[in-house]
Design a protein around this ligand. Structure first.
Ligand SMILES: [Fe+2]
Length: 368
């Protein structure tokens, strides 16, 4: 990260020429060269950092933001590198500029979404959502309330923290559990007939999270059949799960503008562990219903460990410290989806969804 050295030779060559052009004052030529450099390897955040700074000099503020934001998605350290002692002056300068612009932009975007929602619903009390923090891009320092509860993307500080939900929070629990046999059957048939729909749960870059993640990153050691992914339906799979979808219709599943955000089957193969981590947001509960279970397969949430039981719903706030493992030789399969935190009002859910949707629609329009 943040190196212009080998082995990306073509990219280095183009970016070094871009820097020369920039230093000689030919900013347009430099922009073209940075863009060509990015095209050589779109996974390296450094050229995005340089391009963004150059576009800012050209007073193309929105284009600069887009370049920086795309780079920060590749590696959030891009906007935080300026804090590191001993960082090269040039990187420090550019990283600080990116940091300020990206944080200002996304914090403003959240405020805009809240103001819009309030305008449409003048009587709604959405103060708790107005005070929410987009953790990676908030424009000022903040503290979590509890070191064991640290959503890494979206945090509503005033929402009751509930680590593991009880049946009083899930009036729909019985409906889902009654469908467990049918859901298992649908899964077994789908896997038999559409095995190629199984994908690694984690992207390759998850390997960079540390040694404990290597065996499950970009691997079917932790696989998934994803019915909905970030609000996008997999129609080929959906038609195979009528009973599953019918059961989900009675549940306040977390949705985006286009549909449920995540509905999937999580397949953790024998001998695999998911290291301790914190989830995305504290506004939802992560719901598991095991449909294929084995011995020595469990989840830990904060201080307590829970063994998976076939057909028994287990819901928790994954923004709490948690880890999961399967120490048997067999696979473990859970239906997994997100439902809203039961303490949110309908207007608060609407305001959360509006903030996510506005951010996502801005993100979708980014380009370099
Ligand atoms: Fe998790």
């Amino acid at each position: 990260m943040l190196q212009m050295g080998p082995p990306r030779n073509d990219q280095n060559r183009l970016c070094n020429r871009a820097i020369e052009s920039e230093e000689s004052g030919d900013l347009e030529a430099a922009a073209t060269l940075y863009r060509k450099g990015i095209a050589c390897d779109e996974s390296n955040p450094t050229p995005y950092l340089y391009l963004g700074y150059l576009l800012e000099r050209l007073e193309q503020h929105d284009a600069a933001l887009q370049a920086w934001s795309l780079g920060a998605d590749l590696d959030p350290r891009m906007i935080n590198a300026w804090r590191s002692p001993g960082i090269a002056t040039d990187i420090q300068l550019r990283s600080k500029a990116a940091n300020d612009a990206v944080r200002r932009h996304f914090t403003d975007l959240h405020r805009t979404s809240i103001a819009e929602y309030q305008k449409q619903h003048p009587k709604a009390n959405i103060d708790r959502i107005a005070a929410a923090i987009w953790c990676q891009t908030h424009d000022s320092d903040f503290n979590y309330n509890d070191p064991r509860h640290k959503p890494h993307v979206f945090f509503v500080p005033d929402l009751d923290p509930i680590a593991v939900y009880g049946s009083q929070h899930m009036p729909w629990q019985g409906i889902l559990e009654a469908a467990a046999d049918e859901i298992r059957e649908e899964f077994l048939v789908a896997r038999e007939q559409a095995a190629d729909e199984e994908k690694p749960y984690l992207e390759p870059k998850a390997a960079g999270l540390g040694a404990g993640w290597k065996s499950i990153a970009d691997s079917l050691n932790w696989g998934t059949f994803q019915l909905y992914k970030q609000g996008v339906a997999n129609e080929r799979l959906l038609k195979r799960f009528p009973a599953t979808l019918a059961a989900l219709r009675s549940i306040p599943v977390l949705t985006t503008a286009s549909g449920p955000r995540e509905v999937l089957f999580s397949v953790l193969r024998g001998g695999q562990r998911i290291p301790p981590h914190f989830g995305v947001a504290n506004t939802d509960m992560t719901v598991h219903m095991p449909i294929i279970t084995t011995e020595q397969s469990a989840i830990r949430v904060v201080d307590d460990t829970y063994e998976w039981q076939f057909g028994q719903v287990f819901s928790f706030d994954d923004a709490f410290d948690h880890e999961s493992w399967n120490d048997s030789d067999e696979e473990r399969v859970n239906l997994l989806f997100e439902a809203w935190h039961p303490g949110l009002t309908e207007h608060e859910k609407g305001a959360v969804a509006a903030s996510f949707d506005l951010r996502e629609s801005w993100n979708q329009l980014r380009s370099i």
